[in-house]
Ligand binder design. Structure first.
Ligand code: PMP
Length: 279
């Protein structure tokens, strides 16, 4: 694989950063993951917009211009002959002597990116639906910023796998916040319910695309928080993320949802999303 490190395209074995990088020492960094289908980026503009917001919220400098980021993404697709998969990119505040406060003077942000080839469109999980568990939300209070501080989500996802599930829905005060790497939805009486945007969840780019597609299709989406009990009694459940798109959920904490089959609303929404993404 060819990876990108601070302006250079290198074989992955040569992609290296400093041990003093603040991303490594403090999780002082932000990231984005964009899907690639048929060699083309999906929802890319939304990801770059969110990157700008994350950087601003952390008072972090852009590592280069938006145009240069566009070139980086295009070059990585080309150099790796990527037809389907994801591009991961990360920006940190840079490498500096270790102090909690921001380093004094000019620090050069670190920018790295790499590709992962994977099959996203014909994902067998989308046919069967996946299982999720619920787990306490152990994260900090600014989940709207896409930081690389991912230990709580990593623990949650590991717990899910150990219990034979594929995702964990994180719960706070009895209400589902979101998945460890996805937004969470339930369907009741034909209406989609998903948590409203706030500092408590990440504003998913796939969530935004889904809201638009649902509106065009006349599917009502109600933005409010929902409890685990409500989810267990729902007709359907699903999640969205850049790499999973719209993914049906057929089991929550071992309890079948909607008869254990992906329901009509989620199937329709996935179809609409893929139609646009593969166009
Ligand atoms: N919430 C969290 C916590 C996430 O990590 C992700 C994946 N980035 C999402 C939601 C979904 O966001 P997106 O649709 O932009 O991938």
């Amino acid at each position: 694989r060819t990876v990108f490190v601070n302006g250079e395209y290198l074989p992955e074995s040569e992609g290296k950063i400093s041990i003093f990088d603040r991303g490594f020492l403090f999780a002082d960094g932000v990231y984005e993951v964009s899907a690639v289908i048929n060699g083309k980026l999906v929802d890319y503009a939304a990801h770059m917009e969110r990157l700008g917001r994350s950087l601003k919220e952390l008072r972090m400098a852009w590592p280069c211009t938006r145009d240069e980021l566009d070139v980086m993404h295009a070059e990585l697709i080309k150099r790796n002959a990527l037809t389907e998969g994801i591009i991961y990119m990360q920006v940190t505040r840079g490498a500096a002597d270790r102090t909690f406060n921001f380093p004094k003077g000019e620090v050069t942000p670190t920018l790295i990116a790499f590709t992962q080839a994977m099959s996203l469109v014909s994902n067998p999980n989308a046919v069967t639906g996946i299982k999720v568990i619920t787990t306490p939300d152990l994260r900090w209070a600014r989940r709207d910023i896409k930081t690389v501080m991912l230990l709580a989500p990593a623990l949650g996802k590991q717990e899910a796998y150990e219990k034979g599930a594929q995702e964990a829905w994180m719960v706070e005060d009895g209400f589902v916040t979101e998945g460890t790497s996805s937004n969470a939805y339930i369907v009741k009486d034909g209406k989609v319910i998903t948590r409203h945007l706030s500092n408590e969840i990440l504003a998913g780019c796939t969530r935004r695309a889904l809201m638009r597609l649902a509106k065009e299709e006349g599917v009502e989406i109600i933005e409010r928080k929902f409890t685990v009990e409500e989810a267990l009694a729902a007709d359907e459940a699903f999640l969205t993320s850049a790499s999973q798109f719209v993914m049906p959920i057929v089991e929550i904490d071992g309890k079948r949802i909607g008869g254990g089959q992906p329901g009509p609303v989620v199937r329709k929404l996935r179809e609409l999303f893929l139609k646009e993404a593969t166009a």
